[in-house]
Design a protein around this ligand. Sequence first.
Ligand code: FES
Length: 153
Amino acid sequence: MSADPSPQPVSRRLVNALLGLGALGALGGMAGAVLAYLWPQPGQAAGSDLLTGTAGPLNPQAVGEGQGVVGRSKVGKVLVVRQGGEWIGLSATCSHLGCTVSWNPASKQVECPCHGARYGLRGEVLRGPARQALGRVELKVDAQGIHVAAAGG
Ligand code: FES
C-alpha cells in the first residue's frame, strides 16, 4: 500500500485566517511607518529652533572655516556658512523655483544646482535666473548646536 500523493485540501477557514493575518501585518507596518514619520526626532520637536541634518542636530564643530551646510528647522531649510569666524544663515530655498542651494567654498558663492543661479554670502543675487535675494536667517550657536534665532527677509 502506498501513501496518497494528492495534497490535502486547504480549508477556506485557514485561507481566510492567513489572508487576515497578512492584512493585519500590512496595516501594522503602515501604521508604524506613519507613526515613525509623525513622531518627532530628538532635537527636532515641532517648533524647535535647532537645525538638524540627516544624523540629528547640526554639530558646529563639524562645520569648518569656509564651509557650509544645509539644515532643517522650523523656518525651513537653512544654509549655514562659517566664514571669517562668523556664522551666516540664509534660506536654502532658491528664490527662482525653490531648489535647495548649497555653498561652494571654492567660488565662495551660494549656488543653485537647478538653473545656475548664484548668490553672494549676504544672499544677494549675483547671477540669474533668480531675481530675489535669499532671506537672511539669524543664527545662535551654542553647545547644543546651531539654532535659528530669527528669520527675516
Ligand atoms: S530653482 Fe534655482 S535657479 Fe532655478
